[in-house]
Structure formats: structure tokens, C-alpha cells
Design a protein around this ligand. Structure first.
Ligand SMILES: Cc1cc2nc3c(=O)[nH]c(=O)nc-3n(C[C@H](O)[C@H](O)[C@H](O)COP(=O)(O)OP(=O)(O)OC[C@H]3O[C@@H](n4cnc5c(N)ncnc54)[C@H](O)[C@@H]3O)c2cc1C
Length: 472
């Protein structure tokens, strides 16, 4: 059995106040914010759909040019939709907090990935249909003899194929994350700009003041999005510098980095959220890495991160000197109990997945919130467990039970050993977990396994939240 069965206490009235819950006004306020986010989400989706189909509608509102077949018109329509989807990708990944708030950056990025395949299919279908219907058009694939209108289209499609291939097989191409990001951005611009040039050169559907206006507006919006990402956001960050206060080792290959705001009031975030960090680099630099805050959301005077060594950037942390300049772009993310309130919490962390969980526990402690919390904390060994003292301190402030699950236990260890599996859940989950809120953060296989076990045990999907450190 994966998860213990719910006992009779789970028949409690859902509206009954939870023991130790925060005040009703705050809960009502959060409820109102939740409704606000839902409305925001629906609005964005409708706006998105409108933008996707607008070029198609505008293009086809006039009489089609004479003598053109249905299939030709159809293929042009597919091309327009594909281009709209590609252009909108810039808005999707532009880190606007109002876009991310209703869905979460994780979901937004998953969507970004998934929709790029759909856009690819639409874009590719456009020349494919034309060439299948009229094989003489295959000559347009020869970049030496083809006219510029076809060359631009060809460049756009080749760049799109390259963008998808390098994203799917980045490591096979031996591209560092940073090199891939630069390439990805450049290719995305090339795809959209050459596609617009292709449309302009072909000349159908873009004549007339309305249609011209549409294309000009689309191009201006695209440039504005790029300027926002590459210029306005960095300038905003430049005005809010941070200073490294300390870097200390805690657990094997794990560092605790503390930053202090330099001349501003710090970062306001929800416990569990993350920010993009740059150390010793200006905000225009492409080098930035996402990390969850592990400090309390209620301590504005500093921000702490718990960082595991994974590669170049994280391995260099040990050498970072106090006083080094840093920049934070954030907060982002929806992995927070503030968006998924319940009468009690079950937090399941693996390795550095403890970071956002710790932020939630510390914030609960700072707010005097005594709702029951269970922390299942998996680590390779006892030495690898970070923040042991802090968890003990929090145990004295919260209604918190910590269960360590060690892959390799020291001699005499009487606690849990192995992985966080069905047996561990069976032994430790509260019997009345029907209304508990679950927060899982750790290696992707751990998240997948635990979520499957919870689902098998009948835990409602909406009660389970996870944060993946490999979303990008
Ligand atoms: C939302 C989120 C929150 C995270 N929170 C934490 C945390 O609290 N503690 C922690 O230790 N780790 C966290 N991570 C993971 C952390 O961002 C990566 O381990 C780190 O960026 C690796 O950088 P590197 O240069 O040391 O390693 P590399 O060897 O360069 O990268 C290892 C892997 O990390 C990812 N990665 C590398 N650079 C970036 C980048 N600039 N942006 C995004 N991903 C990148 C790539 O998938 C890469 O394959 C988080 C990741 C995400 C997405």
C-alpha cells in the first residue's frame, strides 16, 4: 500500500477552521487573490488565442487573389498561425510576472516547449502542402536559384529546425547551457524576422492600410519584448544591487549563500519562490542561474540560498568573497503554501530540494503559524543533510516532525533508510491526510515516484505541488 488510507477524521467539514490556521481575514484575502489570478489566467488565454488567429482573420477578410486553390490558401493560413505562435513565444518566456502568476513559470515553460512543436508542424505544413500539390515548386528549395521570398522562408525553417534540434539534444551537441541560451535567442529572432520578410516579399495578404498596420504593430511588439528582456529588465536590476554577506558549506557539496540588499528594501517574495542569480556579473550578462530562496519570506534584511554543486557556476561558489556584488531577478514561481493552503502540510524534499521547503517552514515559524507540518527529507547520507541545526530549532517553534530518509545510513542509525518510497509514506503520513497539502521538491525521479504513490493513494491532484529544478 502506497499511502495510508484516510481515516474517519477526513470527513471533516471542509470549511471548518484548521487548528493553528492563520487569521480568517488573511485567508479571505488569499482567496480573493486566487480568484483574481484565475480571471487573469482566463484573460491571458483568450488574448493569446485572439493573437494567434488575428493574422489569419485579417489576411482572409479580403477577397482572395483570383485563381488560387483552396489548398494554397489553406497552407498560407497554416503558415500565418505558425508564425503567430512563434512570435508569441517571446511573450510567453518574457518573465512578465502577470503572465506567470496564474500558471506558474514551470507550466509556462512546459507550454513554451510543447507549443514550439505545434508551431513547427504548422510552419512546415505551409511549404509541404504547396510542394506536394505542385512539384515544380520544389525548385524553391534551392537557395542559389530561388528568389529572396523563398530564401527568407527557407532560412526561417532551417533556423527553426536547428532551434528545436539544439534544444532537444543540447548535451549531444556539447553545448553549455549559456551557449545554448545565446543560440536559442538568436535563432528565435532569425526565425521570426525572416518569416516576416518572407511574407512581405510574397506580398499577398499584406497590402492595404489595415493589414500593413497589423504587421507593423506585430513587429513593434516583438522589438519591444526584446528591448524589455535585454535592456529594461537589466537596467531595473542595476538599480537594486545586492552584496554577498557570506558563503558557508553546509552538508556535502552544498553551500549556503547569504545576500544583503545594497541601498534598497530587499526582495518581497512568497515562501518557496525562486529568483535568477548573478554573482560578480552585471545584469546584462547572459550568465544567470535560478535558485529558490531558503530564507523566510518575512526577513527583508537578507536573502539566503541553499545551493548544491552541479556544474561550473555552483562549483565556483566556494571561492566567492563576502562583499562581491550580486543581482537578483525575481521572485518567480508558484511553489508556495500561500497558493495551496490547507490545515496541515506534508513537505517532501530530496537533497537541495530542501531549499524552498525551508523557506516555507521558516516563514511559518516567523508568522507563529502552528499548523502541523511533516517533513520527509531524503539525502544520500547523514553528512549530506544540510540545515540540521536549523530544522531542530524550527522543531521547537513549529508543530513540525522531521523524518530523515538516508540512502546510506551511519552505524547505529535507527531512522528510515533507502528512498522515500511506499513504505516510508505508509509509516509516516498522517492518517487524516485527505486535506493535507503536499509539497515535493527534489530529483525528478523522486518527484515522479512520490506523486505516483500519492495519486494511487487517492490524494487529490490539486493538493499536491512540486518544484522541478530541471525545467529549463
Ligand atoms: C526553479 C528552479 C529553482 C532552483 N532552485 C535551486 C536551489 O534552490 N538550489 C540548487 O542547488 N539548485 C537549484 N536549481 C538548479 C540550479 O539552477 C542549477 O543546478 C544550476 O543553475 C546549475 O548551474 P551550473 O553552472 O553549476 O551547472 P551546469 O553544469 O552548467 O548545469 C547543470 C544543469 O543545470 C541546469 N542549468 C544550468 N545553468 C542554468 C541556468 N542558467 N538556468 C537554468 N538552468 C540551468 C541545466 O539543466 C544544466 O544541465 C533550481 C532550478 C530551477 C529551475
Amino acid at each position: 500500500m502506497a499511502v495510508p488510507p484516510l481515516d474517519a477524521r477526513d470527513d471533516r467539514d471542509d470549511d471548518a477552521p484548521a487548528p493553528g490556521a492563520p487569521d480568517v481575514a488573511a485567508a479571505t484575502d488569499r482567496g480573493a487573490r486566487g480568484i483574481g489570478r484565475a480571471i487573469q489566467g482566463v484573460t491571458w488565454v483568450l488574448l493569446y488565442l485572439a493573437v494567434v488567429i488575428t493574422p489569419l482573420v485579417v489576411a482572409l477578410t479580403a477577397d482572395p487573389p483570383p485563381g488560387r486553390s483552396f489548398w494554397l490558401e489553406f497552407s498560407v493560413g497554416l503558415g500565418f498561425v505558425g508564425l503567430s505562435l512563434m512570435g508569441l513565444q517571446f511573450a510567453v518566456v518574457s518573465r512578465f510576472s502577470s503572465v506567470n502568476a496564474p500558471f506558474g513559470l514551470d507550466a509556462v515553460l512546459q507550454y513554451h516547449k510543447a507549443i514550439s512543436f505545434t508551431a513547427f508542424a504548422f510552419v512546415l505544413a505551409h511549404p509541404a502542402i504547396i510542394m506536394i500539390r505542385d512539384t515544380a515548386q520544389l525548385e524553391l528549395l534551392n537557395p542559389i536559384t530561388a528568389p529572396w521570398r523563398a530564401r527568407f522562408g527557407l532560412i526561417s525553417i532551417v533556423a527553426l529546425i536547428a532551434l528545436i534540434a539544439t534544444s532537444l539534444w543540447r548535451t549531444r551537441f556539447r553545448l553549455s547551457y549559456e551557449a545554448w541560451r545565446v543560440l536559442h535567442g538568436v535563432m528565435a529572432v532569425v526565425i521570426v524576422v525572416t518569416a516576416l520578410l518572407h511574407i512581405q516579399q510574397v506580398g499577398y495578404y499584406v497590402s492595404g492600410p489595415w493589414k500593413q498596420t497589423l504587421w507593423i504593430v506585430s513587429s513593434v511588439v516583438l522589438v519591444a519584448l526584446l528591448v524589455n528582456i535585454r535592456l529594461i529588465t537589466p537596467i531595473r536590476l542595476l538599480r537594486r544591487p545586492w552584496t554577498v554577506h557570506s558563503v558557508r558549506a553546509d552538508g556535502s557539496d552544498t553551500y549556503v549563500l547569504t545576500l544583503r540588499p545594497d541601498g534598497h528594501d530587499g526582495l518581497r517574495f512568497l515562501p518557496g519562490q525562486f529568483a535568477w542569480l548573478r554573482i560578480d556579473r552585471n545584469p546584462f550578462s547572459i550568465h544567470e542561474n535560478p535558485f529558490s530562496m531558503s530564507s523566510s519570506a518575512d526577513r527583508g534584511d537578507h536573502v539566503e540560498f541553499t545551493i548544491g554543486v552541479a556544474g561550473d557556476f555552483t562549483a565556483g561558489l566556494a571561492a566567492v568573497e563576502p562583499g562581491t556584488r550580486a543581482y537578483l531577478d525575481g521572485p518567480y514561481g508558484v511553489f508556495t503554501y500561500e497558493r495551496n493552503e490547507g490545515p496541515d502540510f506534508v513537505m517532501i524534499a530530496g537533497g537541495v530540494g530542501i531549499a524552498p521547503v525551508l523557506s516555507m517552514l521558516r516563514t511559518l515559524a516567523d508568522r507563529g503559524d502552528r499548523r502541523p507540518c511533516l517533513l520527509l527529507y531524503g539525502a544520500p547520507s547523514w553528512d549530506a543533510v544540510s540545515h540540521r541545526d536549523e530544522l531542530e530549532r524550527l522543531g521547537g517553534l513549529l508543530d513540525l516532525r522531521v523524518v530523515y530518509v538516508l540512502e546510506e545510513a551511519p552505524d547505529g542509525w535507527e531512522g528510515e533508510q533507502g528512498m522515500i518510497d511506499a513504505g516510508v509514506l505508509d509509516r509516516h503520513l498522517p492518517r487524516a491526510h485527505g486535506r493535507s497539502r503536499f509539497f515535493i521538491c527534489g530529483p525528478p525521479p523522486m518527484i515522479a515516484a512520490v506523486e505516483a504513490l500519492l495519486e494511487d493513494g487517492g490524494v487529490p491532484r490539486e493538493h499536491v505541488d512540486h518544484e522541478r529544478f530541471d525545467i529549463l
